[in-house]
Design a binder for this molecule. Sequence first.
Ligand SMILES: CC(C)(COP(=O)(O)OP(=O)(O)OC[C@H]1O[C@@H](n2cnc3c(N)ncnc32)[C@H](O)[C@@H]1OP(=O)(O)O)[C@@H](O)C(=O)NCCC(=O)NCCS
Length: 172
Amino acid sequence: MHTSSRDLTIRECGATETAARDALITRAFRDAPHADGTEAAIAAALEARGKASVSLLALHAGVVVGCVLTSPVTLSDGTPGWHGLGPIAVEPALQQQGIGIALMEAALARLRAIGAAGCVLLGDPAYYARFGFITDPRLQLPGVPPGYFQCLSFGAAIPTAEVRYDAAFDAG
Ligand SMILES: CC(C)(COP(=O)(O)OP(=O)(O)OC[C@H]1O[C@@H](n2cnc3c(N)ncnc32)[C@H](O)[C@@H]1OP(=O)(O)O)[C@@H](O)C(=O)NCCC(=O)NCCS
């Protein structure tokens, strides 16, 4: 199956679609480097805790082929409005066709629309730099190798703080 941006719909994840979403996350992360198999449980826990600030699906011909979630993160200096992006996943057979980029752009647009101050994520900088993510020593995630924890401010200065993800990330 091939996709083109014409065939792709990105919209909010409905309550009845979370099982298909979580199965997709499991498939996508199965062979991913740095994955630990808890990513689908994290997505489910974020929804269950009501902490998904953005939850989008990519659909191709009505089939779920990608997803992205974000959730509020806590900054140790008290700065409000920052969110963590993840998990993000694309059906393995349909990767490298732009679905991930479309999901990223939609999630960041949604965060801006709800007035977020910025976004952090863990991932390969070679992929996320294109969206404006940078590594910045001011914003740290304890225990993570330097270079993989990245941030994108939507306007304000980057705070000097340690970041804590929602408790859903302890799931699994
Ligand atoms: C990370 C992930 C979400 C990216 O999704 P994706 O749909 O494969 O990503 P895209 O297709 O948008 O972009 C990937 C590459 O394809 C390229 N690409 C985009 N559109 C393309 C097209 N129409 N034709 C060919 N290549 C294309 C992009 O330029 C990018 O290339 P580069 O990174 O080598 O420069 C996906 O690989 C995935 O689910 N991985 C497993 C789970 C995971 O690791 N998640 C992230 C944890 S941080």
